[in-house]
Structure formats: C-alpha cells, structure tokens
Design a protein. Structure first.
Ligand code: NOJ
Length: 535
C-alpha cells in the first residue's frame, strides 16, 4: 500500500519539458528528465492527460482513451516511460476523464451524424429544447449554459466546454468501455489513475432545473441532493473500478478529483470497496491561518479515519493559482483558489516564498500522501499578467473575456539559461510565454545552492524519507505554543512547529532542529516559518 504515505509529483505534460522543439511539453522531454524527478526524492508521478485530443481543454477533451497524442509522442514511448520510471523507483499514475469525451471522439461524431433517437445518441445526454431554450437551466463550469444545440435542433449536455460532451453513465456500453480502458493501461504497467471530476458522472433522471439552488449555493456543495454533482449512484461505478484494480498484482490505485465541500462527502468515495484516496481540496483552499488549518487537519483526519482511508495533502495543481502567489497576499484569511481571487490584491512574493517553505514542512509532517505540483520546487509564482492574446484556457473565452482562467499556473518550466525559453526545449518558443524574470528560478540556477527553493525541497523530501516516524508514528497536536502556532507530534521524539503568529516562537529546549524553513537563532522560530525538531 505504497500510496498511503507516498509523495507524488504532478507532471503537467504540456509544460514540463519539450523534446522535439515545438514549444509543447512531450514524452521525450519527460523521459529525459525523469532522473530529475527521481532525484527530488518523490515516490511517484501523476501525468495529466496525454491522449489524442483537440486540446480544447488542455487534453481533458479526449478523442481516444487508448493512445497518445502525436504531439506528445507514441504509445511505444509511453510504455517505455513506464518502464524507465519503474526502474528509477517511481510509480506512474495516469489521468482518466470519464465524465465527458471530446466532441471529436468517434462516439460523439457518430451521435451527431446519426440523428435524433439513434442509439449512438444514447451514449451522451441529448435532449429536445424548451422552445428555443435549452432543456434546463444548468450552467457550464467554464461559464455560459451547459447545453449546445446540434444542427437538427437537439441539445447536448456539457458541464464543461461545448467540446466536452457529457457521457451517459446509465449506458452499459459506456461503463464497459471505461472498465476496459483501465485494464488497457494497467496491462501496460500503469500503477493507478487520477479520476477527473469523479463526482459528476451521474445525473438525476429527468435532468431537473436547479432553480433557486443554482444561485443560493456554491457550485460544488449540495450534499447528495444536487442533480449533477456528487450523486449517490456514482459510488457503484467506483465499486466496479475497485474490482478492476484489485484484480491486478500488485493492486492498482485511484485518487479522486472530487470538489465536494464537506470531508464527510469526500470520505464516502473512500469506503473500503471504493477508491483509495482523494485530493484534499479543503487543505488546498484553507487560508494561511492557524485556526483554519488546524480545523482542516482535524476534520480531514477524522473523516478519513472513519472509513479507514489515508488522507492526501495538496496545495497546488494545474487548475488553481500557485500557492506561492496565494500565500503572498497578506489578507490570506480570505480563501483563494483562482487567479481571479488574487488580482487587485497586492502581492509580497518574498512572504509567499517564506510561507511556501513553511507549508512544505507542515504538509510533509501530516499523516498520508502528498501531491506536489511541478514547479513548486522551483518556487514558481503564478504568472498573473500573461498577455491576453496568449490565453488559451477555455475559461477566458467562456467567461466573455472576464476570467483569465488557469493558464498562469501552466506556464512551461524554466530549466536553464538566462532567457526564455529557459531550456524548456530545443525550439525558440514555449506554448505560453515565460516571464523573463524567471532567470534566477531555473533548475540550473538553483541546483547546488543550499539557500534555493529547489535544494530546500530536496532536503525536506530526503529528511522525510529518513525519519520513519513521519510515515508510521501516531499523530497528535500539541497546544502549548498558543493558538497561532501549529505543533504536530509524530511519536515521542519528533515535533513539527509552524509559526503562523506575527512574532517569534521559542522552540522546546533540549531538542535538535532537524530542518527549518528559515534560520532559527537562539531557539527562536521566526513568523511564517516551520521547523522539524527531534529529541
Ligand atoms: C478537472 C481538470 O483538472 C481540469 O483541468 C479540467 O478542465 C476539468 N476537470 C474538466 O475535465
């Protein structure tokens, strides 16, 4: 059960490294730099979708679930990558997108061509409109209505972009296809899957209007009573998927992306016969504030314990503004997730970097598995000022050009050199422009510099491996440091102290500082800093 306490590095393949010079990350670039990832001291990688796709939503619009997009490479290269990763001690998770296909998927092409009432339409959610209006009042997550009309007048549902038609999970052929797709990749040695919008597959029969509920509640909350989020029947799908994963030796694993607001709702996906893990977005959205973080940790642990599951801890990914930039806002008591939440609030990136360092020690000291998003080990901030004509996230267009979307956390990584493309690939450009100010942040510039973020991440990951208590010892809060300090004990000899107060905190006497995110002078831990101390 390696996944119970693993550190997993997220590879956003479009932006990791480019092997062929077209400015887009690919398998060749990733294979080239697998040694870098293994050298960080992580246990596994999760790779965002690499399947053939028109890229209307960065690859989350899949047109063939059992192949690799030629812009990323070939199936043979993917198989080689899995073998090479395993040889370096890295497990490999892929990303499966079951809620919707691409509109270029042969099923959807057939559905549109076959016309009303055809069996091909039953794989999706086609409905007649209400007069000239869509069949119901649901909205797309990216903005605008969740329905688009085809030439014969029928409408199809898309909770995301119109290029991502929602599948009908009541259709046995859809269920069988995905179970076989899991096997297709498991047979190729893949160790598990991240499940895209895992809570959205099932829709309430009749597709009723949201009505007042749409305005009255946050999009992702509804505790089982929502017509398309987090419905009870979705759990049967995951019970089937669990049987598929358990038939392998060693068993394969899942991590769910399910934006449900309550840990109690999330833990339902983690019952013993369902999924193994789920991203902890409560932690990701918690403000940098001791009370909130402590409450988040307590609730997370309690709800996971109730079902015997192992929690995950995650602060950034390809859908949210990088946490360095979120933590750079002094008014961080307001929960933030998207770039839109940050714009207009002054940023102090040095403060953000200090807090990121402290947050890493907290995260690595919590019981469970940890997800790191590529580039956080370089201390990359969100790119908040990408030129408008560079933006490709569908959110930008669907919001009527008001929400800049998620491109700012997807800018290609800076590897080396002192000007863009910073060694991203052999070509002159990158698919999103890199800021010239990233020169000091390249992996090359940081490597070997003990004060750099990169070396700090490496050291913390090494130390986590070297301190068995961090994986095995019981967890307990210690409260003698006051309400603005989080202190975590892992067994009798290990303490993680995180100072979220405005003044220095005295570390316990007769202890040794094993690692700290900032200099500890005279046993004083500065504000916005953390330390691992051992007795
Ligand atoms: C969640 C993915 O992480 C995101 O990037 C994507 O846009 C949506 N699901 C739709 O697939």
């Amino acid at each position: 059960m390696w996944w119970r306490d693993a550190v997993i590095y997220q590879v956003y393949i479009r932006s990791f490294a480019d092997g062929n010079g077209d400015g887009l990350g690919d398998l060749a670039g990733l294979r080239d730099r697998l040694g870098y990832i293994a050298g960080l001291g992580v246990d596994a990688i999760w790779i965002n979708p690499w399947y053939p796709s028109p890229m209307a939503d960065g690859g989350y619009d899949v047109s063939d679930y059992r192949d690799v997009d030629p812009r990323f490479g070939t199936l043979a290269e993917a198989e080689a990558l899995v073998t090479e990763a395993h040889a370096l001690g890295l497990r490999v998770l892929l990303d499966i997108v079951p809620n919707h296909t691409s509109s270029a998927h042969p099923w959807f092409v057939e559905a549109v061509a076959s016309g009303r009432g055809s069996p091909a339409r039953e794989r999706y959610l086609f409905r007649p409109g209400r007069g000239s209006m869509p069949p119901n009042d649901w909205s797309s997550v990216f903005g605008g209505p969740a329905w688009t009309q085809v030439p014969d007048g029928e409408w199809y549902l898309h909770l995301f972009d119109p290029a991502q038609p929602d599948l009908n999970w009541d259709h046995p052929g859809v269920r069988a296809y995905f179970a076989e797709t899991l096997e297709f990749w498991f047979d190729r040695g893949v160790d598990g899957f991240r499940i895209d919008v895992a809570h959205s597959l099932i829709k309430e029969p009749g597709l009723p209007d949201l009505g007042a509920r749409a305005a009255a509640q946050p999009v992702f909350a509804h505790a089982g009573a929502h017509p398309h989020w987090d419905r009870e029947e979705v759990h049967e799908v995951y019970r089937e998927w669990r049987r598929v994963a358990d038939a392998y030796d060693p068993p394969r694993m899942f991590v769910a992306e399910a934006w449900v607001d309550e840990p109690e709702r999330l833990s339902r996906y983690l019952r013993p016969d369902e999924l193994h893990t789920a991203f902890n977005f409560l932690y990701l959205t918690a403000p940098w504030q001791a009370g909130d973080l402590r409450r988040t940790i307590v609730r997370t642990l309690a709800e996971h314990l109730a079902v015997g599951a192992s929690p995950t801890w995650v602060l950034s990914n390809h859908d949210v503004a990088r946490h360095l930039s979120r933590y750079a806002r002094r008014d961080q008591e307001i929960p933030t997730r998207q770039l839109a939440d940050l714009l207009g609030r002054p940023a102090d990136l040095e403060l953000g970097a200090r807090r990121v360092r402290a947050a890493l020690l907290l995260t690595l000291a919590l019981p469970g598995s940890v997800y790191l998003y590529q580039g956080e080990e370089l201390g990359l901030p969100e790119v908040e000022d990408l030129p408008e004509d560079a933006l490709v996230d569908p959110t930008w267009r669907r919001s009527g050009f008001t929400d800049r979307g998620r491109d700012g956390c997807r800018v290609p990584l800076p590897w080396s050199g002192d000007a863009p493309p910073f060694g991203f690939g052999p070509g002159p450009t990158t698919w999103l422009p890199q800021p010239a100010s990233w020169a000091p942040l390249t992996a090359e510039a940081q490597a070997g510099d003990p004060t750099s973020m990169l070396e700090y991440y490496r050291e913390a990951l090494r130390a986590r491996r070297a301190i068995p208590a961090l994986r095995t010892a019981p967890f307990r809060f210690r409260d003698e440091f006051g309400p603005d300090v989080i202190a975590i004990e892992r067994g009798p000899g290990f303490l993680c102290v995180v100072n979220l107060s405005g003044s220095p905190v005295l570390l316990p006497s007769r202890t040794t500082v094993r690692l700290s995110s900032a200099d500890v002078v005279g046993d004083l831990l500065p504000p916005d800093a953390a330390a691992w101390v051992t007795r």
